[in-house]
Design a protein around this ligand. Structure first.
Ligand code: SF4
Length: 236
């Protein structure tokens, strides 16, 4: 594994690093990340899609103390809330629930009821993006389970990159993985996953903005149906 100089913000350094990481397995990348940034790295997991559960399982194999963060928008499916609790029991960890500054009632007072129906970008900003920005402030690195095959907007996801917004290193160990690999890992390792994925959902977010996919070729086609929006903004 490469030894990198800090701060790791230089594009040339990242290009060199990524050339090396592209040759490594996801497990090796997680091992490198958890060693390189031990005590400074956090993992975010939506507890919706399957790849987050793979990454969580891999990360805990290498670092039992890695902070695991979930964005609790107060609009998650009950099945997602149940999975968070199941994971805490399965691994003996405590998941950090990152909550927005505004309750749903406060948000409705300020911006109108059901903001997700008329301005989902603002709703995501309040309930996801800003809370994540705050939650990641103490950390120097952030590990997340983006895959290149999830969406055309994610097709060029680098394994490691400097994230200007959060001022930290963002690491996507599963960038090269496919949906099939993800499910093979979950089944082979008995990793708990969201029960809604057995009922036709392929990508899960908040209840008002999630349907079963409209297209079998696009796992995220059930998200924000009726809007041009395809991302909540966490990864833009
Ligand atoms: Fe709001 Fe929908 Fe974004 Fe959730 S996914 S924060 S409900 S707009």
């Amino acid at each position: 594994m490469p030894i990198v100089d800090h701060p790791l913000q230089d594009a040339t350094t990242f290009a060199t690093l990524n050339r090396q990481l592209e040759e490594r397995s996801a497990d090796e990348i997680v091992q490198w990340a958890t060693q390189e940034y031990r005590g400074q790295i956090a993992l975010t997991c939506s507890f919706g899609g399957p790849s987050g559960m793979v990454l969580l399982d891999l990360a805990l194999r290498h670092d039992r103390d890695i902070p695991v963060l979930v964005l609790d928008t107060s609009l998650l499916f009950p099945e997602t809330d149940a999975l968070v609790i199941a994971i805490e029991q399965h691994y003996g960890i405590s998941v950090q629930r990152v909550r927005p500054a505004l309750t749903l009632a406060q948000q409705a007072n300020l911006h109108g009821a059901e903001l997700y129906n008329h301005n989902p970008d603002l709703c995501c900003k309040i309930r996801k993006v800003e809370p994540l920005n705050q939650a990641l402030k103490p950390f120097g690195a952030w590990m997340t389970a983006l895959r290149r095959d999830q969406n055309p907007t994610r097709a060029n996801t680098p394994i490691a990159s400097w994230n200007e917004r959060q001022q930290l290193v963002k690491i996507c160990p599963l960038a090269q993985w496919t949906e099939r690999q993800t499910w093979s890992y979950l089944h082979a390792n008995g990793v708990p996953y969201n029960s809604l994925l057995d009922t036709g959902y392929t990508s899960l977010g908040c209840t008002p903005c999630t349907q079963r996919p409209l297209s079998a070729d696009d796992a995220r086609s059930g998200r924000w149906v009726g809007f041009a929006k395809t991302e909540c903004g966490l990864h833009l």
